[in-house]
Design a protein around this ligand. Structure first.
Ligand code: LFC
Ligand code: MG
Length: 361
C-alpha cells in the first residue's frame, strides 16, 4: 500500500561551538556546528528524519533547498543500487557472517580529531591527549595551516604526547596553494604524519596529484573528500592518483547511493576509504557507510579508519557508541539521525533558548 508524505519541516539548528573553539581550523576560525534538520510526516504515522551539516550561516543556504528541491534532483536514476549481496553463494555468506561478527565484537577502528582543534591552547591539547590515550585512542589528527612555526610546535607537542608508534595526521583545510603545500608539509615531515588532508583547493584535482607525487618519497599521503560533492570528482581524483585516502562525507555527497558509488570506485582503485565525520550527526550517519564498506565492499581494515569527533552526540536519540577507539555497530533501526526534540527546540536559530541567552548577553 502506498503512503503519502503529509508534511515536511526544515529547522535551522545551531550549536554555539565557537565559544570554546571546538571545530576550529585554519579556514573556519569560529564555526558554530549546525544542521538543517528535516522531519517528514506521513499519513500512516511513520516519520522520516534527515540532516545536513553546516558551520552556521550555511544553513540559510541549504535549508531552503531542502524545502524546495524536487526528489529527483539529488538522486539521479543511475545512482540506484540493487540489493547488495544478492545471489552470493555459501562461501560469500560465510564470509559476510564472519565480517559482521568481527564488527559486532571489535567494532570499526576510529581516529580522533577533538584533541587538537586549531584554536585550542597547548595546555588543553596536552590534557585532551592524555585523556584520549587513557581511553585507548592510538590515532590523532591535528589542525595545521595558519602559521608554520605554530604548526611545528603543535606537531612536536602531539608527537611527544602520543609517542613515535601512534598515528598522526595533519589537516590544513585548503589553506595553501600547491607549491606552498609541498614546502609546508615537507617542513612538518619530521613529525611523520600519515597524511596531509585538504592541502589545497578541494576542487583542484591535478594540484592534489602534484602534491601526492611530491610527498610520496616522504611517506606522506594526501587525503581529501569532505568537500567533494559528487562521484565524478572522486572518479577523477582516483584516476589521477591525486589522493591516497578517500574521505567520503555522508552529507556532502547527495544521498547514500552517491556514497556507495564512491566506495565501489575506491575499491576498484584499491584506495582505502577513511570517512570524514564529526560536525553534527556525521559520525551517526557515516558509521552505517563504513560497515557497508567493510562487510560488502572492501572486506579489509588495512589503512582504514573513520574519523571521530567527541561533540554533540548527546542530542541524538541513537548516538554512536565508541568502545576502545572503535565504532560499535548501531543496533537501532534507521540511519541514526533523529535528534531529541528538546535539543532541536532549545538550539533552533535564532529563537531557541540557547541563542536568546547568548544574544541578550
Ligand atoms: C569546520 C570543521 O570543524 C572542519 O575543521 C572539520 O570538519 C575538519 O576538516 C575535519 O576533518 O574534521
Ligand atoms: Mg578535514
Amino acid at each position: 500500500m502506498l503512503h503519502k508524505i503529509t508534511s515536511l519541516t526544515v529547522r535551522d539548528v545551531r550549536f554555539p561551538t565557537s565559544l570554546e573553539q571546538h571545530g576550529s581550523d585554519a579556514m573556519h576560525t569560529d564555526p558554530d556546528y549546525s544542521v538543517a534538520y528535516v522531519v517528514l510526516d506521513t499519513d500512516c504515522g511513520l516519520k522520516g528524519f534527515g540532516l545536513t551539516f553546516t558551520v552556521g550561516k550555511g544553513t540559510e543556504i541549504v535549508g531552503p533547498r531542502e524545502r524546495s528541491d524536487p526528489p529527483g534532483h539529488r538522486c539521479r536514476p543511475e545512482c540506484r543500487v540493487g540489493p547488495v549481496g544478492e545471489g552470493r553463494g555459501q562461501g560469500g555468506n560465510c564470509l559476510l557472517r564472519h565480517l559482521l561478527e568481527h564488527m559486532l565484537k571489535e567494532g570499526y577502528p576510529a581516529y580522533t580529531t577533538s584533541c587538537a582543534w586549531l584554536g585550542y591552547s597547548d595546555q588543553l591539547l596536552k590534557q585532551l591527549c592524555t585523556d584520549a590515550l587513557k581511553s585507548g585512542w592510538t590515532k590523532f589528527k591535528v589542525k595545521v595551516g595558519a602559521d608554520l612555526e605554530d604548526d611545528k610546535r603543535r606537531c612536536r607537542l602531539m608527537r611527544q604526547m602520543i609517542g613515535p608508534d601512534n598515528t598522526l595526521m595533519i589537516d590544513a583545510n585548503q589553506r595553501w596553494d600547491v607549491a606552498e603545500a609541498i614546502s609546508w608539509v615537507s617542513s612538518l615531515a619530521e613529525f611523520k604524519p600519515l597524511w596531509v588532508e585538504e592541502p589545497t583547493s578541494p576542487d583542484d584535482i591535478l594540484g592534489h596529484a602534484a602534491i601526492s607525487k611530491a610527498l610520496a618519497p616522504l611517506g606522506i599521503g594526501v587525503a581529501t573528500g569532505e568537500q567533494c560533492h559528487n562521484r565524478v570528482m572522486f572518479k577523477q581524483f582516483l584516476q589521477a592518483s591525486a589522493l591516497q585516502f578517500v574521505q567520503i562525507d555522508s552529507c556532502r555527497l547527495g544521498s547514500v547511493n552517491e556514497n556507495l558509488a564512491v566506495l565501489l570506485m575506491a575499491h576498484k582503485f584499491q584506495v582505502p576509504v577513511c570517512p570524514h565525520a564529526g560536525g553534527v550527526g556525521l559520525c551517526e550517519l557515516v558509521q552505517h557507510l563504513i560497515l557497508f564498506d567493510y562487510i560488502c565492499v572492501s572486506g579489509s581494515l588495512g589503512n582504514r579508519m573513520c574519523e571521530y569527533v567527541d561533540h554533540l552526540h548527546e542530542h541524538f536519540t541513537s548516538p554512536v557508541v565508541i568502545h576502545d577507539a572503535h565504532y560499535m555497530p548501531p543496533k537501532d533501526p534507521g540511519y541514526s539521525c533523529e535528534m531529541l526534540e528538546s535539543s532541536v527546540q532549545s538550539h533552533q536559530y535564532p529563537e531557541g533558548d540557547v541563542w536568546t541567552l547568548i544574544m541578550n548577553k
